[in-house]
Ligand binder design. Structure first.
Ligand SMILES: C[S@@+](CC[C@H](N)C(=O)[O-])C[C@H]1O[C@@H](n2cnc3c(N)ncnc32)[C@H](O)[C@@H]1O
Length: 509
């Protein structure tokens, strides 16, 4: 009789991923390990080497590659060197600097017409790290940085640069004072959401006008910039201001563009939340600042216009369908659900966004708002992970079918925060396509921000958030392609005066 195998003991050396050292693998092929070599061409400048063999001195030989233990060299004519030749007084110069000196021996001699050969160092190895540091950091990166700093000096007016530095100093003052307040608050009351907001409000009341004044001055000066000044100005200001703005998620997202673009729905959510986010009072202050500067206020205000448009649609004495293009967080719809006393008829809301996370989070919040009412309102949400292009030029097949069957026949189509990214021809075309989705009597309502000196400058030169701002004339022009012409077409403002709405209605027919 054989006894069963003892159960395997847990291996205390297993790493957290559960891989045992004993199971680690070597190479699958190419088993020989070769230390790293740097090709001199990668270093973008010449390196040379000189040495002596006996009494004969060889000067300025070209270095072809470098490893920690030797050099690959090349001469212009054949040299009289044998394998194992002792090489003395080796001087390896990199960009004119002596990087390694000592003795070596020939390991790969020249062969026939081959002018390349190799020497191996005898003695301390060469630090490739240092060579790379000199080439990459000192010559390349630092070199470019110094050139850039000189261009700032040459091309950007001193008063403009001083303005940017003044804004930075204002931010540093805010940080110092708010950090100090936080550290004196031994009970940590600043963390309470309402307390955070009150402290930020009090601080902004005194600090904000100065920040605004300098920003407006910078905006005026920047208006006269040529293309080169704009390019350098953006780098200069963002390089400085982002050091502080980075502590605010809204601003950081706008600058870093973590999804290739800013992941705008999250910015819009943060822009409209009541609770300030941030690990310190100063970080919360930056969030507060983003919400309070003019266009921050507009982002909140314009959602009320959209909410009113939707409320008007659901007040019709029949079932209605509403299409929200680029729905993002749908803050206005949440409020609509909460604030509508009674839904007498069925309401279908079509949420269209190219960002799945945005749709997921929006739907979640809307379902929650419906659930919280406790009266099971007859409101249905349909999320379409669809892009603007798929609406205006759907591909034959499923896309065309979806536009025809699901998106057509709506009573209201509205959008905010999307046209601010579209150039006029595409914006005009989009308006026409959306208009064609309307039922008789339907309405199209499109929001677009206007340029505002105290905000636009910060958005562009602070956090690299570039939008297409529009004037009233450009907004009216959005309807130029609608055929046949709508019954009514006008442009209205939100209550901050900085968001314009193109508002057109289709006749009853
Ligand atoms: C600035 S947010 C505005 C969100 C919302 N309308 C608001 O005002 O809070 C822009 C939204 O447009 C969406 N978006 C951007 N490009 C789009 C496109 N080509 N098609 C559909 N949605 C798009 C983004 O995913 C984002 O949710």
């Amino acid at each position: 009789m054989t006894s069963p195998d003892p159960s395997p003991l847990p291996n205390p050396a297993a790493n957290p991923n559960g891989v045992l050292h004993a199971d680690l693998q070597g190479a699958v092929n190419l088993f020989r390990f070769r230390p790293e070599r740097l090709s001199v061409s990668a270093l973008e400048f010449d390196s040379t080497c000189s040495f002596r063999v006996g009494s004969k001195v060889y000067e300025d030989l070209q270095v072809v590659d470098v490893s920690g233990t030797g050099l690959g060299l090349q001469s212009e004519a054949p040299l009289d060197l044998d394998e194992e030749s002792k090489v003395e007084d080796v001087r390896f110069r990199h960009r004119g600097r002596l990087v390694w000196t000592g003795k070596a021996r020939v390991v790969y001699p020249q062969n026939g017409n081959q002018l390349r050969f190799g020497i191996r160092f005898l003695g301390a190895p060469l630090s490739l790290q240092e060579i790379r540091f000199r080439a990459d950091f000192v010559e390349q990166r630092l070199g470019h940085a110094l050139e850039r700093l000189r261009s700032y000096e040459d091309i950007l007016a001193p008063e403009w640069r001083a303005g940017v530095i003044h804004l930075h100093q204002l931010l540093l003052e805010a940080k110092a004072l708010l950090d100090s307040q936080q550290s004196h608050d031994t009970e940590g009351r600043w963390r309470e959401p309402e307390q955070s907001t009150r402290l930020c409000e009090a601080f902004l009341e005194r600090w904000g006008p100065e920040f605004r004044r300098v920003t407006e001055e910078l905006d005026a000066l920047t208006g006269k910039f040529d293309d080169r000044q704009v390019e350098l100005g953006l780098m200069f200001a963002q390089g400085i201001l982002m050091q502080e703005f980075r502590h605010c998620e809204m601003m950081r997202r706008a600058y870093d563009k973590p999804q290739g673009y800013a992941g705008d729905y999250r910015i819009m959510e943060l822009g409209q939340t009541d609770v300030l986010e941030g690990e310190t009072l100063y970080h919360r202050f930056l969030h507060f600042l983003s919400q309070q500067f003019s266009l921050g206020q507009t982002i909140q205000a314009r959602a009320h216009n959209a909410q009113d448009a939707a409320a008007e649609a659901i007040a019709l004495d029949r079932p209605v369908r509403i299409l929200c293009l680029a729905s993002g967080p749908g803050v206005e719809l949440r409020r609509l659900i909460r604030e509508t006393p009674e839904f007498k008829h069925r309401v279908e809301i079509l949420l269209v966004d190219q960002d799945e996370d945005s749709l997921r989070s929006c739907l979640d919040q809307l379902n929650r708002a419906c659930g919280e009412r406790g009266d099971n309102p007859p409101v249905e949400f349909h999320c379409l992970h669809f892009s603007l292009r798929q609406i205006i030029a759907p591909k034959r097949g499923a896309e065309q079918e979806l536009v025809k069957t699901v998106l057509s026949g709506v009573d209201l189509v509205y959008s905010m925060g999307l046209f601010d990214y579209l150039l006029q021809p595409l914006a005009r075309r989009t308006v026409s396509s959306l208009y064609n989705l309307l039922n008789p009597g339907g309405r199209i309502f499109i929001g677009n921000l206007m340029r505002v000196p105290d905000s636009t400058w910060i958005m562009e030169y602070g956090v690299a958030w570039h939008l297409v701002y529009r004037t009233e004339e450009e907004m009216m022009d959005l309807g130029a392609g609608i055929s046949p012409a709508p019954d009514s077409m006008r442009v209205e403002h939100d209550n901050t005066g900085h968001c314009l709405f193109f508002d057109a209605r289709r006749g009853e027919e």
